[in-house]
Write a protein that binds this ligand. Structure first.
Ligand code: ADP
Ligand code: ZN
Ligand code: ZN
Length: 732
C-alpha cells in the first residue's frame, strides 16, 4: 500500500490522501503529522489505499506516524464514522473532536509529566480516624476516600472534596500519611480472582427483581430502561450491574450529566469498588489528567469510566456494560459544533459491541419511554422510595393570593414552620439575578439587550444589567433612557430577589443562594454542599443546579416559584422538560426521616401536568403527551432535523434557507420541508438567526435526503451565512 487516507480537523467532508509507503494495517487509527497547505496538521489514519484519485504530483508525503500511544481501535473508528454520517458532520472534525486535547497537538507526547495519584502509606493506613478531632472533616473525608481506593486517587478528585482539601493533602503528606506516586497504566494486580466489592445495603425486592432480570437475560445487545422514581435506589442497581461486569473482567462505562457537580457519586462508586481503577472524564479535568484517564481506559487498566457526554467516545477494549443515568438530561446533547447525543451514540455503541445498556431515569425522555412501551427497550421499574415516603405535592393557587416578592402566604407559613423545626427548606426558581427585566412604568421602556432579542437581567448585587445569552453587561441606568423618568422598576423575580425577601421576612434564618453566579468561583459549590450537610443553612434559594441528584437529608420543604412560564411555551418539549425538572426538585424533599412537602405556586392548579405530578404519575402523563405528539406529528413519531442559519441580516439568513428549501423540494420525496422561520430567539450576540425544519416518518428517508441535501446547502451558503445541521434537535 502506498497511500493513507487521513482525517483532519477541517470543515470539509472528505479524507485527505498522503503518500506513506511505510504504513501498515497496524497504523490505522494512528495519529500522523502531515503537511496541509502551508502548515503542519495532525490527523488520524482512517484507511490505507493503493491508489488515489489525485494527480501524482499533488500527493504529498506524510511527515511522521506517531507511535507514542496506541492507535484508535477499529470499533471507535466505526463509532466515529457512524457519528459523522448520522449527524452529517465532517469525519475529520468528528475524529479529532473525540481525542483529548493533548493528542490533537502537533507533536508526539514526550517527557509527558506522568499523572500523579495520592495513596495512603502504611502510616496512613494505621491512622485511627477516631483519634482525629471531629472538626477535621476534610482530613477524615480524604482518609475515608483513600482507604477505599487502594489504587490511589487523582489530585483533581481529592481537591474537589473541599476548598481547603489541597492544604489538607499537603499536611497529610508532611505527616507521612499519604504519598504522591506516578500512576501506571498497568491493570491493578489483585490477589483475588475478582476485584473486591465493598458491601452495600441489602437490596429492596424491586431492586432485586431489576438486577435479576438483567442477570438472567440473554447475553448480547439489549437496551434496558430503568424507570425509577427519585430516591428509589437506581444507583444501587447500577452498582450491582457494574460489580457483575467487573467480575467478568469487563469494563463499565457510566455516563452522567454534569459530573463536576456531583463528586459524591464518584466517591460512592470508588468506595464500592476499592480494587478497581476508576477514571473520570469530564470537562472539569485539566488536559494531562484527561489524557491520562483516557489512556487508562484505552489500555484496559481502568475498570470503570465515569464521565459526561464526551466520555462516550472513549476507547474501551473490554467494554461490557453501558449505563446512562438521567438519560433524559439535555446535557447529553451537544448544542454546537458536532451536535451529537451521547445517549443515542451510547445505544449504537452497545449494539456494536453486543452488550447491555441501561438508561435510567425517573422521567425518561418521551423518545425512550415510547420505545419501552412498544417493546424495543425492556423496562424495569422501581416504584417506591427506599427509605422514605414520597413527598406530598400541593399546588398553591396564586390567582387568589397576593404575593410578597413572588411568594404566597401559604409558602411563607410553611417556611416558618420548617424553620421552627430546624429543618431545611428550598425555594426553587429557575432564574438567576434579581429580576428578569427592568421597566419604566411611565413610558413602557424595558431593558433589552442591544445584541440579542432578550431582556437584560437585573443583578443588584454587582449593580449591573446582564444579558444571559451573549454576556453583554452594563451599568444600571439611573433614569429611563427613553423618557428620563428616574423611577425604574424591576419586574418579576430572580434568585437574588427571593433571597433578599426571605432575609427580610426571616431575619434569623441562615439563607444560602445557589445559582450559577454564586457558584462561579472554583470550589464554592463544594463548600456550599458542606454547609448544607453540616446544617449551617436553613433556607436554600436555588436554580436547577440544585435539582439534580443531591441528597440533602435535612431538606423537607420545597417551594416552587414561577413554574408556569413553560406551560404554554411554543416549544413542544417544554412541558416534558418542566415535568422532569419539577420531579427532580420535588425529589429533593424528604429524603431523611420525615415526610417531605412540595408546594408549587401556580395560576393553573388544575393543569394536567401539575395533577400528574401530584399523583407522581409519570407514565400517565407521558402517555398523554405521546398521544398529543402522535396526533400533531411530532417526535418520537417523526424524525426531525433543523437547518440553522446565522447572518448579520435576517433577510440573508432567510434567503439562504429559502434557497435550501427550494433545492430540497426538487429532491427525492419522503420528507416534509417546512418554511424558514426566525429562530425562537431571532437575534443573539449581534447575529440574526433563522431555521427550517425537515421531517419524515422514516429515519432512513430523512437521512438519505440530508446526505444529498447537505452538499447543495454547503454550496449555496457562501460567506455571509453560517449554517449548521442539527439532527434530532432538542430545541426548536
Ligand atoms: P435514585 O438514584 O433512584 O434517586 P439512589 O440510588 O441515590 O436513588 O438511592 C437513594 C438513597 O437510598 C441513597 O441514599 C441510597 O444510599 C439509599 N439506598 C438505595 N438502595 C438502598 C437499599 N436497598 N437499602 C437501603 N438504602 C438504599
Ligand atoms: Zn421611560
Ligand atoms: Zn445579549
Amino acid at each position: 500500500m502506498s497511500f493513507i487516507r487521513v482525517a483532519l480537523d477541517v470543515p470539509l467532508p472528505t479524507l485527505f490522501d498522503y503518500r506513506a509507503a511505510a504504513a501498515t494495517r497496524d497504523n490505522i487509527g494512528a495519529r500522523v503529522l502531515v503537511p496541509f497547505g502551508k502548515t503542519i496538521a495532525v490527523g488520524v489514519i482512517i484507511e490505507l489505499a493503493s491508489t488515489t484519485s489525485l494527480p501524482p504530483q499533488r500527493v504529498r508525503s506524510v511527515l511522521s506516524i506517531l507511535r507514542d500511544v496506541p492507535p484508535l481501535p477499529a470499533d471507535i473508528l466505526g463509532l466515529l464514522k457512524f457519528c459523522s454520517e448520522y449527524y452529517h458532520h465532517p469525519l475529520g472534525a468528528v475524529v479529532l473532536n473525540a481525542l483529548p486535547t493533548r493528542l490533537r497537538q502537533r507533536h508526539a507526547l514526550k517527557g509527558e509529566k506522568a499523572a500523579h495519584h495520592y495513596r495512603l502509606t502504611g502510616a496512613g493506613l494505621a491512622v485511627d480516624a477516631e483519634t482525629l478531632p471531629r472538626r477535621a472533616t476534610i482530613k477524615l473525608e480524604l482518609l475515608r476516600l483513600l482507604r477505599a481506593a487502594k489504587a490511589g486517587i487523582d489530585e483533581t478528585t481529592l481537591r474537589a472534596v473541599a476548598p481547603r482539601a489541597a492544604a489538607a493533602l499537603k499536611t497529610m503528606t508532611e505527616q507521612g500519611w499519604i504519598e504522591r506516586v506516578a500512576c501506571t497504566r498497568e491493570p491493578l494486580q489483585s490477589d483475588a480472582a475478582a476485584p473486591r466489592v465493598a458491601p452495600g445495603p441489602a437490596l429492596t425486592d424491586e431492586q432485586v427483581t431489576a438486577v435479576d432480570t438483567l442477570r438472567n437475560a440473554d447475553a448480547g445487545f439489549a437496551p434496558w430502561l430503568l424507570h425509577g422514581v427519585t430516591g428509589s435506589g437506581k444507583t444501587e442497581v447500577y452498582l450491582q450491574l457494574v460489580a457483575d461486569t467487573l467480575a467478568r473482567g469487563k469494563q463499565a462505562l457510566l455516563l452522567v450529566p454534569e459530573i463536576n457537580l456531583t463528586p459524591q457519586l464518584e466517591a460512592r462508586v470508588r468506595t464500592r469498588f476499592p480494587d478497581t481503577r476508576l477514571v473520570a472524564l469530564h470537562s472539569g479535568l485539566n488536559e494531562s489528567e484527561r489524557l491520562h484517564n483516557w489512556l487508562a481506559a484505552q489500555s484496559g487498566a481502568a475498570g470503570i469510566v465515569l464521565g459526561t457526554r464526551l466520555a462516550v467516545f472513549t476507547p474501551l477494549p473490554e467494554l461490557g456494560l453501558i449505563i446512562v443515568d438521567e438519560e433524559q438530561d439535555a446535557s447529553f446533547k451537544q448544542t454546537d459544533g458536532l451536535r451529537y447525543s451521547a445517549r443515542d451514540l451510547a445505544l449504537w455503541r452497545a449494539k456494536q459491541r453486543a452488550i447491555p445498556i441501561m438508561l435510567g431515569s425517573a422521567t425518561p425522555a418521551l423518545e425512550t419511554f415510547h420505545k419501552a412501551l412498544n417493546g424495543s427497550y425492556r423496562m424495569l421499574v422501581l416504584t417506591r422510595r427506599v427509605n422514605a415516603m414520597p413527598p406530598v405535592i400541593e399546588c398553591i393557587d396564586t390567582r387568589r393570593e397576593p404575593l410578597i416578592d413572588g411568594m404566597s402566604q401559604a409558602l411563607l407559613n410553611a417556611l416558618r414552620i420548617t424553620l421552627k423545626r430546624s429543618e431545611q427548606s428550598l425555594v426553587f426558581i429557575n432564574r438567576r439575578g434579581f429580576a428578569p427585566v427592568l421597566i419604566c412604568p411611565s413610558c413602557g421602556w424595558t431593558s433589552g439587550c442591544g445584541r440579542c432579542s432578550a431582556k437584560l437581567v437585573l443583578h443588584l448585587q454587582d449593580q449591573r444589567l446582564r444579558c444571559h445569552h451573549c454576556g453583554h453587561q452594563e451599568r444600571i441606568p439611573t433614569a429611563c433612557p427613553q423618557c428620563g423618568n428616574q423611577d425604574l422598576k424591576p419586574l418579576g423575580q430572580g434568585t437574588q430577589r427571593i433571597e433578599g425577601a426571605l432575609a427580610r421576612i426571616f431575619p434569623a434564618a441562615r439563607i444560602l443562594r445557589i445559582d450559577r453566579d454564586s457558584t462561579r468561583r472554583k470550589d464554592s459549590w463544594q463548600e456550599m454542599r458542606r454547609q448544607i450537610h453540616a446544617q449551617e443553612v436553613d433556607i436554600l434559594v436555588g436554580t436547577q443546579i440544585l435539582a439534580k441528584g443531591h441528597d440533602f437529608p435535612q431538606l423537607n420543604l420545597v417551594g416552587v416559584v414561577n413554574a408556569d412560564s413553560s406551560l404554554y411555551s411554543t416549544d413542544f418539549r417544554a412541558s416534558e422538560r418542566l415535568f422532569a425538572r419539577l420531579t427532580q426538585v420535588a425529589g429533593r424533599a424528604g429524603r431523611g426521616a420525615s415526610r417531605g412537602r412540595v408546594m408549587i405556586q401556580t395560576d393553573f392548579p388544575a393543569h394536567a401536568l401539575y395533577q400528574a405530578l401530584r399523583r407522581d404519575d409519570y407514565p400517565a402523563f407521558a402517555r398523554e403527551l405521546l398521544a398529543e405528539r402522535r396526533q400533531a406529528g411530532f417526535p418520537p413519531f417523526m424524525y426531525q432535523a433543523v437547518l440553522r442559519a446565522e447572518a448579520s441580516r435576517l433577510e440573508t439568513a432567510l434567503e439562504f434557507l429559502l434557497h435550501a428549501a427550494r433545492d430540497g423540494a426538487k429532491m427525492a420525496g419522503g420528507v416534509t420541508i417546512y418554511d424558514p422561520v426566525p429562530a425562537g430567539m431571532p437575534r443573539r450576540a449581534g447575529l440574526e438567526r433563522a431555521q427550517l425544519t425537515v421531517q419524515s416518518r422514516s429515519r432512513p428517508a430523512l437521512h438519505a435526503f440530508l446526505g444529498a441535501w447537505r452538499a447543495r446547502v454547503d454550496h449555496a451558503a457562501g460567506r455571509k451565512v453560517r449554517w449548521a445541521l442539527d439532527v434530532d434537535p432538542l430545541e426548536l
